[in-house]
Design a protein around this ligand. Structure first.
Ligand code: HEM
Length: 534
């Protein structure tokens, strides 16, 4: 068995899968793949059980179950997954209804590894059908030759190759550090202005404020402008509308994605909401991009010599690309980062000892509370990173990930034909003692390296297979906003912790509603007490 080192998000871990890095039978140059591994795949295939024998509900059971009074009707996504798993086991085949594809759910990390390792050059992630349907059916055919990052195949590969040098470069982080700092300062001011004067607690709708922060933070990158929604005055009506429509878009997108719907054949009320919100978002993003074009056209040659913003760099590729990327970044950024930030704040609030250790790390780096972080300082805060990583383990943002099988592959002894939609459900593993001793404790030191030797890992992670914990996905298709969100989260948490002692004096057992994205489900009445520096 060949053992290869896999470096994923700073973890150096070992993959036990026999074979090579990329091993797709059909969509890769066969010469590039290991012939022995191909033979292994083919050998397994010939003896594997047929796809149709994977246990799961029938079409009728599914349809009936989602009707009023049906057994699935009131279940959230996580409850539905738990039910499927207890009834059918670690692999479940769920037949497609109304043009949705048949999907296989898998709960085993060995299968995740195999799926990712055979995903091929252009990994296909399903689940974005409502976006693709809208973009294919727009009357002006705007998206015809630029469908965006929710597309698949060579079209996705072309766009992603253009986006990576702009969005995935560390050096570009300098471009958004300063505007993100300004947004962060507005967030801190807003907390001071809106917390209760006596109890120092935030109002129950604090989630909206976090949501506004994450929206503003990505807008300064994608639209190259501060929208000012965290300020009390000077809020632009079109910015408020954009924010409102992003919320409608995300909500209706998940509704259309989770429940059986005939929207591809008849325009349902939810699809109409989704489509109207998409129209409005498109109009506003186009307007902001046009403004940026006019601003750049008006610049002198000397001004143009300066550093180009992310939007300007995207505009250099072309205007349409910049509009589509702005939309995709807004869609990808807002709820995900909100969920992750809420998780870190709850973790720190419930673990004052770790919160204090974090504060000491931050204050030792930046003793003066009013001075802003530089990029170099941000890079020297290992405990901060460990706290964020640990809280995303305890409160994962997503259920797992989605792929289409990149090749014919055998999973758990069953044949999975190329193109099959696969859901990898990992969130239960993140609290599994087999992988994480003391799984329900917030222990950032899990993520510390014990020595300089990379192979020495914390005993708080057991033989960790790197495919258990992939909050930003894996491979060429992983989150394109990773660099942006790293900086945004680190900056926000560092600024909050150096300004405030954070408490949360309520239970957090059911803090999140579990779905495709796990969103906070309780009033976030954090108590923020000013840190005294005198
Ligand atoms: C904590 C916050 C975030 C989490 C947990 C997260 C997680 C993910 C995951 C799991 C994927 C799928 C990756 C795969 O298929 O392997 C993804 C894709 C994506 N994310 Fe994020 N994300 C976050 C923040 C952001 C931000 C801030 C942006 C934009 C600035 C963003 C933009 C996107 C986009 C556009 C995609 C699609 C990429 C593609 O298919 O090529 N995300 N994200």
């Amino acid at each position: 068995m060949i053992r290869r080192a896999v470096v994923q998000q700073g973890i150096r871990a070992r993959s036990s899968l026999a074979g090579v890095q990329v091993i797709s039978k059909k969509n890769l140059d066969p010469a590039a793949a290991s012939s022995s591994y191909m033979e292994q795949l083919e050998g397994e295939w010939s003896t594997a059980k047929p796809f149709e024998e994977i246990p799961g509900p029938t079409r009728w059971q599914l349809w009936r179950g989602f009707q009023k009074g049906g057994e699935f009707h009131h279940l959230d996504m996580a409850e539905l997954m738990d039910l499927y798993r207890s009834r059918f086991g670690d692999m479940v085949r769920v037949p497609g209804l109304f043009g949705m594809p048949t999907t296989v759910f898998t709960f085993k990390v060995e299968n995740f590894e195999r799926i990712y390792r055979t995903e091929g050059q252009w990994p296909v992630r399903g689940g974005a059908d409502p976006v693709l349907h809208y973009r294919a059916n727009r009357k002006d055919a705007f998206f015809k030759d630029c469908v965006g990052l929710f597309s698949n195949g060579p079209e996705w590969g072309r766009l992603r190759s253009a986006a990576n040098p702009v969005l995935m470069q560390h050096r570009n982080a300098n471009l958004y550090l300063e505007p993100m700092q300004r947004v962060n300062n507005q967030f801190i001011d807003r907390i001071r202005a809106t917390r209760d004067k006596e109890s120092l607690e935030m109002p129950g709708d604090f989630l909206d404020t976090i949501n506004t922060l994450t929206f503003e933070s990505v807008a300064v990158v994608a639209l190259d402008r501060e929208l000012g929604l965290l300020r009390d005055s000077d809020q632009k009506p079109e910015a408020k509308e954009l924010f409102r429509n992003i919320k409608i878009f995300l909500q209706s997108f998940f509704d259309l994605g989770i429940k059986p719907s005939v929207y591809k054949y008849i325009s349902t009320p939810t699809y109409r909401k989704f489509s109207q919100a998409s129209d409005a978002i498109f109009d506003t993003c186009s307007m902001y991009v046009n403004e940026a074009v006019a601003r750049i056209d008006g610049q002198s040659a000397a001004e143009r010599e300066g550093r180009r913003s992310i939007l300007e760099q995207l505009l250099q590729i072309n205007r349409k690309f910049a509009v589509v990327m702005a939309m995709d970044l807004l869609f990808g950024a807002v709820d995900t980062t909100t969920s992750a930030l809420a998780g870190v704040l709850l973790s720190l609030a419930k673990n004052p000892k770790q919160q204090q250790m974090l504060r000491e790390e931050i204050v030792s780096m930046l003793p003066h509370p009013d001075r802003q972080f530089t990029l170099a300082e941000m890079k020297s805060l290992p405990y901060l990173r460990a706290c964020i990583k640990e809280s995303m383990r305890m409160f994962p943002v997503t259920f797992g990930n989605i792929r289409s099988a990149g090749t014919d592959v055998v999973l758990d002894g069953y044949r999975i034909p190329q193109g099959t939609n696969l859901l990898m459900l990992s969130s239960n593993m993140l609290r599994d003692e087999r992988f994480y001793p003391r799984p329900n404790e917030f222990l950032p030191e899990r993520w510390a390296r014990l020595q300089d030797d990379n192979s020495a890992e914390s005993p708080l992670r057991n033989n960790l297979n790197p495919f258990v914990y992939l909050p930003f996905g894996f491979g060429p298709r992983m989150c394109v906003g990773k660099r942006i969100v790293d900086l945004e989260m680190e900056l926000t948490v560092a600024n909050l912790v150096r300004n405030f002692h954070i408490e949360f004096n309520y239970p957090i057992e059911n803090a999140f509603k579990r779905s495709f994205l796990n969103m906070p489900n309780i009033p976030l009445r954090f108590k923020f007490t000013d840190v005294n520096y005198s």
